[in-house]
Ligand binder design. Structure first.
Ligand code: FAD
Length: 455
């Protein structure tokens, strides 16, 4: 019988455990459901929707080559999946597991509904190097600190990537349920197309992701230890959106970097450093799995007593937030980052940290305000990585930077954009600074002391 492969955030054919298993069981029909209806699932932001549209187009092309049709649908997945399985008389439905609480609930309901119909559901680990419950502390709790988590991950066995599957015989046309056209998912902006900058910068999909990985292995990894903090250079992998959407499997990247480190002593340090960075992605999901309220609540409860500013509170904060969003804070590195984000849907990690610090510390705006903006504008927007990193910068996270570590955006610019070429590329016109760095830093530290008194 026909096998259904349910794609979600694993938009690739190679190194895809669920797809491999489906193909070994019979002719495969692939399904993608845009689910904005199930409770608790946060709707995608604008930039992520653009990426998804292009990513699905590209997945469809890869699947055609394998003789696999892709059916697109929209609505509550826990209802759509059993309905499609019934309609196609599928033998089983296959998927790679998700780790957010709302998504897990949808998947459990879909599994129950399938079982009620007498159909099988098979789920696999495909998205993270380890499932969030696999690495645990000696006390059988989740890790809260990165370094011991990383040491455990580094010393664990990580499975090698799976090979790309072979083509199957074509599925008979009449067996394929009718679905929506890609345009009917309405992922692209309906009015005022702001996506030109994204299209210029990115080519979403499995093939371009693998090409970029090759480039990273050949020319980026070796200099990563010295270049990774330099937004003015092409010094990092820029694979975060490909990992977010699963065009590239984390196992494939982990494995390729490991091989590079073993084969090329000159690149070993950089490859290992990049692997460590990739482990942060697993760590963020580990934290989110063990603390499902991570997007809503401070992991350190004392931060509930911090007197955060919100844009709806007063016109001054509203003005600060608007200036930050538009890259008009007067701090060139931050402004360039915010412009890079707006134009290309991505920002260098060093600049993300500095821009976030200016918002939550110097301007004392709640981290959720920044997190929401990133969610809407990043092509790699990922609920675990975004909320864990925002809480890290705010000081409210599990393994957070100490609160008194306030980045000075001017010193950061001198150090990491020494010729100012990043600043002049993305923020050619300097604006008037909206805060005094010294004074606002002192005020932030005072507010922190107040919080401790209140707590
Ligand atoms: P590389 O340096 O090449 O690293 C390789 C991979 O490791 C990345 O592609 C990414 O998957 C992972 N990685 C690296 N750093 C981190 C990190 N700090 N946390 C988690 N994973 C990491 N990353 C996202 O993928 N999605 C987000 O929504 C996101 N929001 C962020 C918000 C803030 C405030 C900050 C400070 C960081 C955020 N990051 C997020 C993490 C990081 O900035 C990006 O992953 C990184 O900039 C991607 O660039 P790269 O692919 O060139 O990374």
């Amino acid at each position: 019988p026909v096998q259904l492969m349910w794609f979600r955030d694993d938009l690739r054919t190679a190194d895809n455990p669920a797809l491999t298993s489906a193909l070994s069981a019979g002719p495969v029909i692939a399904v993608f459901i845009l689910d904005e209806d199930s409770p608790g699932i946060r709707p995608l932001g604008g930039a992520a929707k653009w990426w998804l549209h292009q990513g699905l187009k590209s997945l469809q092309a890869s699947l055609v080559e394998l003789g696999i049709p892709l059916v697109l649908s929209k609505g509550s997945a826990d209802e759509k999946i059993p309905a499609l399985a019934k309609q196609t008389k599928a033998g089983a439905v296959h998927w790679n597991r998700r780790y957010g609480q709302p998504e897990r609930e949808v998947d459990t309901q879909a599994k129950t509904a399938l079982r009620d119909l007498g159909l099988e559901a098979h789920s696999y680990p495909g998205t993270l190097l380890h499932e969030p419950w696999e690495l645990m502390t000696k006390n059988e709790t989740g890790y809260k600190v990165f370094t011991p988590f990383y040491n455990a991950l580094r010393d664990s066995t990580i499975r090698p990537p799976l090979p790309a599957p072979a083509a199957q015989d074509h599925v008979t046309e009449s067996a394929i349920p009718s679905g929506l056209e890609l345009e009917e998912l309405e992922l692209l902006p309906a009015t005022m197309d702001w996506t030109a900058g994204l299209a210029e910068r990115w080519e979403p999909g499995e093939v371009p992701a693998r090409q970029r990985l090759e480039e990273v292995l050949e020319s980026i990894a070796e200099d990563y230890p010295v270049h990774h903090d330099r937004p003015d250079l092409d010094g990092t992998s820029a694979l975060s959106p490909a990992l977010r959407w699963g065009h590239l499997g984390a196992h494939e990247m982990w494995d390729a970097l490991g091989r590079l480190a073993a084969e090329n002593p000159k690149a070993a340090e950089g490859a290992t450093a990049m692997r460590r960075q990739l482990a942060w992605r697993d760590f963020c999901w580990h934290l989110y799995y063990h603390h499902p309220h991570l997007p809503e609540r401070n992991l350190r409860a004392e931060f509930d007593h911090f007197d955060w500013a919100w844009p709806e509170d007063d016109p001054q904060t509203a003005g600060h937030v608007a200036a930050w969003q538009r890259g008009k804070t007067g701090f060139r590195l931050v402004d360039a980052g915010m412009q890079q984000l707006w134009q290309t849907g991505w920002m260098h990690n060093r600049v993300r940290m500095v821009a976030a610090s200016l918002l939550v510390k110097n301007l004392q705006v709640h981290w959720k305000v920044g997190e929401r903006w990133f969610w809407d504008t990043l092509v790699d927007a990922d609920i675990a990585c975004n909320t864990a990193n925002w809480q890290w910068v705010a000081g409210s996270g599990a393994d957070a930077a100490p609160y008194f570590r306030v980045f000075n955006p001017e010193l950061q610019a001198k150090k990491f954009d020494p010729q100012g070429s990043y600043a002049s590329r993305f923020a050619p016109v300097a604006a008037e600074p909206i805060v005094d760095l010294k004074q606002s830093r002192r005020e932030a530290l005072d507010a922190y002391e107040q919080m401790k008194l209140r707590g």
